[in-house]
Design a protein around this ligand. Structure first.
Ligand SMILES: *Cc1c(COP(=O)(O)O)cnc(C)c1O
Length: 357
């Protein structure tokens, strides 16, 4: 069935091993983040078989699916939890990131009732302005948080390169380490975690500039796709041939490059712009915005250009393609993070697991 997403497990295994060996050298534990591929169980298994001991995801539902698929691991919840999901959080994950006392209070009730001590990592906002306690407020936060039974303050963490697109640097991660030292003294935990992420932090690990004291990195994109979007690079020692998307051609015709008639907004409320390039040969593939982020589709044949898409149709310019493209042909694409995310989420995209090369 098409469209089809091929998931190349040996390529992912290679990436896991490379990242694990570089991290181990520096005494850093890597949490393998699977949310980018909607926690495909086969991918999580490859993560665990090749050296990751922690699996990170932002959604409890993904942990539930992994558990149902028989996967046992230390699960770290990456999205600061909703009050309404805390019972599942305690039963299905080993630890969560956290930034609100109110949440700790509820967690405490649930964990105490279950006779458990549940680990939390206090998020510190060092500048990206997504989740986290501001550095100057962390001590007061911890002072209060440590009064709650059933909850152990296992570490501090920060997230970068998400909302504010702030790059991880020696400065902002040193700030995290400093805050971490203070907190560690307050809670006297032996195996105290100082956790950074995501993929952008890998560069610091490679360059040897990751501040000493950071002992955990949460990494998804680099392992899944072999790229480091924050630094706009392919990671040289990682493989990029991990996920590829195949879509089937349903129409091939020569048409003008500018629509004919009075123009309004498209199906998504956007006003499209067209450049007049005369008559062009176009192919429609049966995949659309319901399945994939079309702007992050990269045709393997670089003579193909993605022109646009609606919910179910993606239009390609195939004028410059060497071989003839015909109805029924399959076009292959590499995917960016958002395209992988949607393609793995869409029930309309078949997933084909490639186990050997
Ligand atoms: C998604 C996420 C990560 C992993 O990010 P990548 O860029 O995919 O490596 C790490 N930490 C948190 C909190 C996240 O939400």
């Amino acid at each position: 069935m098409f469209p089809k997403l091929k998931i190349n497990l040996p390529a992912i295994a290679h990436n896991v091993k490379e990242v694990v060996s570089r991290a181990e050298e520096k005494g850093v534990e890597v949490v393998g983040v699977v949310k980018g591929c909607s926690a495909q169980p086969e991918v999580a298994s490859v993560f665990l078989q090749n050296g990751f001991r922690w699996i990170g995801d932002s959604r409890i539902l993904n942990f539930r699916r992994l558990i149902e698929a028989g996967i046992r691991a230390n699960f770290l919840l990456l999205r600061i939890p909703m009050l309404t999901e805390l019972a599942d959080v305690v039963s299905m994950s080993a630890a969560t990131l956290i930034s609100e006392i109110e949440t700790i209070k509820h967690l405490s009730n649930i964990a105490s009732f279950a006779n458990k001590v549940y680990d939390v990592i206090v998020m510190v906002d060092v500048g990206d302005l997504r989740e986290g306690v501001l550095p100057e407020d962390v001590e007061a936060f911890v002072k209060e948080a440590r009064l709650y039974e059933g909850v152990r303050i296992a570490g501090v963490g920060t997230n970068l390169n998400c909302y504010g697109a702030v790059l991880p640097t020696v400065e902002n991660l040193s700030l995290l380490v400093d805050v971490g030292e203070k907190v560690k003294r307050m809670v006297s935990v032996e195996d105290f975690v100082v956790s950074a992420g995501g993929t952008g932090t890998l560069k610091l690990l490679e360059d040897g500039t990751l501040p000493k004291g950071v002992n955990q990195l949460r990494i998804g994109e680099a392992v899944l796709l072999g790229v480091d979007t924050p630094h706009q690079r392919k990671v040289p020692y990682l493989r990029q041939d991990t996920f590829s998307l195949m879509a089937e051609v349903v129409e091939v015709k020569i048409k003008p490059s500018v629509p004919i008639g009075e123009q309004s907004v498209d199906a998504f409320g956007k006003l499209p712009h067209f450049e007049d390039r005369g008559l062009r040969k176009r192919a429609i593939v049966a995949i659309g915005r319901q399945d994939v982020m079309v702007d992050l589709l990269y045709p393997v044949d670089d003579n193909i250009e993605v022109l646009g898409a609606s919910s179910d149709h993606t239009i390609l310019d195939v004028t410059d393609v060497q071989d003839d493209i015909a109805v029924g042909d399959i076009v292959e694409f590499n995917v960016g993070y958002g395209a992988m995310l949607l393609a793995t989420t869409s029930p309309y995209v078949e997933k084909e697991i490639v186990k050997t090369e």
